[in-house]
Design a protein around this ligand. Structure first.
Ligand code: LMR
Length: 399
């Protein structure tokens, strides 16, 4: 029998946390697992701007006929603009195209399929640690994953020099997956000066950046966070950028995202586009429209866009507040626990510098669910649960 020979594969380590949280009957349980924003009430609400745009679509959308493998053209233009700005030189040179994809994950998949069409033996450099799906998608495509050092989980330290050292050993044509902001999973980001130095290194060595840009707006703001993408599109002749509306529009299940292709010249760009679109057609034919239509309506309407930007600011500021409160409480409850770094990090994630045994104690004895490697979603903390969480962590430091 064809379907008789498989052996079980493990669950995705992030989705596993959601399963464990749902299964727990503990009334005090806390979910610090999957990267989803929660408000002060611990609820993942639909943004008001999104609701209004959905209402507009219900009343005004006239057809649901097919679009094309590239997806919603208004969305593509506006999403590109949000990332690269109005007047980016690479755009003016007609060598940039954005294709709507099912979420940022779809963008990574299509981008790596494109890489494979260019070179089936390409090396894909992935940060250690990273979002586990970077490696999973690379392996699913039979591409060659390689790791560069990025963050020391046990010490809570960004390994910038080690990153440069490892990437200096990469070969021309190798692809480097970078986190545009809010590194998933460490929350440790490069400074502007470091992005510049890294971009120069990649240019010098002929490396191809692939920016995973899933958290625009969660570090310092929509405009501010685009620094890395704009710099790379300016300094490097070729690049890929996968972006997402899951987090900043809180449209997780609507799967709206994009892959942006930057070719070395307008001459080869048409051919490159054709390969990208071929990959889309052979995967899912064309992306789902709803989330992209919502985002396009918001981004194309100045009032709604202003309302949405305020909502993004609120989400970002609440996570920052929880980071600061967490550190303040830990400093009081366990003065030498050393979590000060958490206040300096960006986005939803940070690692708790705890041993594997301490992590299991928090999960098993306190029903605080997060990844077994220590990654926590700081956006899952609220004023209502932060004392429970910090008390539990502080108890690990009492002998
Ligand atoms: C995460 O890292 O938790 C998010 O990006 C959600 C996911 O799909 O893994």
């Amino acid at each position: 029998m064809l379907f008789n020979g498989l052996s079980e594969v493990g669950d995705d380590p992030i989705l596993l946390v959601s399963t464990m949280f749902k299964a727990s009957k503990d009334p005090n349980k806390v979910d610090l697992g999957v990267g989803v924003y929660k408000d002060a009430q611990g609820h993942t609400a639909i943004l008001n701007s999104v609701k209004k745009a959905e209402q507009f679509l219900v009343e005004n959308q006239e057809t649901k006929t097919y679009l094309s493998p590239a997806g919603n053209p208004e969305f593509n233009a506006l999403a590109q603009n949000m990332m690269l700005g109005e007047d980016h030189a690479a755009v003016k040179e007609n060598r940039v195209s954005t294709f709507q994809t099912p979420g940022g994950t779809g963008g990574i998949r299509i981008g790596l399929e494109f890489v494979k069409a260019c070179n089936a033996n390409a090396n894909i450099w992935i940060s250690d640690p990273t979002w586990p799906n970077h490696t999973a998608i690379t392996k699913a495509l039979d591409l060659n994953p390689k790791q560069y050092r990025y963050y020391d989980i046990k010490r809570g330290e960004f390994l910038y020099q080690e990153m440069l050292e490892d990437l200096s050993a990469a070969q021309a044509g190798d692809v480097v997956i970078l986190h545009g902001c809010c590194h998933n999973a460490s929350g440790a980001d490069l400074s502007h000066a470091q992005w510049n130095e890294l971009a120069d290194l990649m240019l010098d060595k002929g490396l191809v950046p692939f920016v995973d840009f899933a958290y625009q707006g969660f570090a310092n703001g929509i405009e501010e966070d685009s620094y890395s993408a704009r710099l790379i599109a300016k300094k490097l002749p070729e690049a890929l950028i996968a972006s997402s509306c899951s987090k900043n529009f809180a449209m997780y299940r609507d799967r709206a995202g994009a892959i942006t292709l930057i070719s070395p010249s307008a001459d080869v760009h048409g051919t490159n586009k054709s390969h990208m679109l071929k990959a889309v057609r052979a995967n899912y034919s064309m992306p789902p429209d709803h989330g992209a239509a919502v985002a396009a309506h918001i981004l194309g309407n100045p009032d709604l866009k202003a309302e949405w930007m305020t909502e993004v600011d609120e989400m970002r500021n609440r996570v920052k507040k929880m980071r600061a409160l967490f550190v303040e409480k830990m400093d009081k409850k366990a003065p030498n626990s050393g979590f000060g770094y958490i206040k300096e990090q960006n986005g939803m994630f940070s690692y708790l510098t705890l041993s594997a045994e301490q992590i299991q104690t928090l999960i098993n004895d306190h029903s605080i669910f997060f990844m077994a490697n220590g990654r926590v979603n700081m956006a899952g903390l609220t004023e209502a649960n932060i004392d429970y969480v910090t008390d539990a962590i502080a108890s690990l430091f009492k002998s």
